[in-house]
Design a protein around this ligand. Structure first.
Ligand SMILES: NC(=O)c1ccc[n+]([C@@H]2O[C@H](COP(=O)([O-])OP(=O)(O)OC[C@H]3O[C@@H](n4cnc5c(N)ncnc54)[C@H](OP(=O)(O)O)[C@@H]3O)[C@@H](O)[C@H]2O)c1
Length: 226
């Protein structure tokens, strides 16, 4: 992570979708250079222009295909459905080497998305690590943050639990959590991502039973200064 340029470039693969677009908007607003990745560069260009419109052109957002976005980025954020997780990672695997991957994927298996169904690797983030191999730090984050209020500027009533392959990697990801206007916590090693990813199905269950679309979690009993 040393010798990085002052303005980091973040690629959001699947940034044409609901969660990725919301995060991209918040990072562009915070001053990062953001690349929207897609299987279709045309689709990515349209999504980038939609975000720029929301920002009234005060930001840097460019659309391109997933591989080009990964190649140009310092940090790569993966926001695709679990069914596309492996194929997307395979398509950018070589370009990821030496970079930080932040995996937002929740291993939901439709139609039973309110039931926890974890992959054999333990979690989607651990599976990502298996797919891409050595030389890439992997962090799991944002799985519990509903896309719903990300394209607005208000507070989001849900904390972000950050797990990952090293403390440095988690630290880098926590900076992006803060830049997105969210509250983040270092939640330990990547093995702990099983709990965080699984929690999303619990929240979906709560949403269904109590008529919400964006239930969340808060860490209590600890202060950021302690
Ligand atoms: N939505 C939420 O509130 C939320 C909250 C927390 C976590 N998540 C997780 O974040 C990830 C993205 O969620 P989302 O709601 O943003 O998904 P989405 O809008 O359905 O899809 C995101 C993008 O993924 C790509 N994609 C879709 N199907 C694909 C396929 N079969 N093969 C390859 N790429 C495909 C598409 O990009 P291109 O067509 O441009 O390639 C699409 O725009 C998921 O793993 C989800 O569980 C979502």
């Amino acid at each position: 992570m040393d010798n990085k340029p002052l303005i980091l470039t973040i690629a959001v693969l699947g940034g044409t979708g609901k969660e990725g677009k919301g995060l991209a908007y918040r990072w562009a607003k915070a001053g990062y250079r953001v690349l929207i990745g897609s299987r279709s560069s045309e689709k990515a260009v349209i999504a980038a222009s939609e975000i720029l419109e929301l920002l009234e052109a005060a930001g840097s957002v460019v659309g391109m295909d997933n591989l080009e976005a990964t190649t140009q980025a310092d940090i790569v954020v993966l926001t695709v459905p679990y069914s596309a997780h492996r194929a997307t990672l395979e398509s950018v695997k070589d370009a990821l080497k030496g970079k930080l991957l932040i995996d937002v994927t929740v291993p939901l298996v439709p139609p039973k998305v309110s039931k926890v169904q974890m992959p054999l690797a333990g979690s989607a983030a651990q599976e990502a690590r298996e797919i891409i191999g050595e030389g890439v730090e992997v962090v799991a984050a944002f799985q519990n943050i509903s896309h719903e209020h990300l394209l607005e500027d208000g507070d989001v009533e849900c904390d972000v639990l950050v797990t990952g392959t090293s403390k440095d990697a988690r630290h880098e990801a926590l900076k992006l959590v803060e830049a997105a206007g969210l509250v983040g916590w270092d939640a330990g090693p990547i093995e702990n991502s099983v709990v965080v990813e699984g929690l999303t199905s619990v929240l979906i269950n709560i949403n269904k039973q109590y008529g919400s679309t964006h239930s969340g979690i808060r860490i209590t009993g600890v202060s950021k200064n302690s």
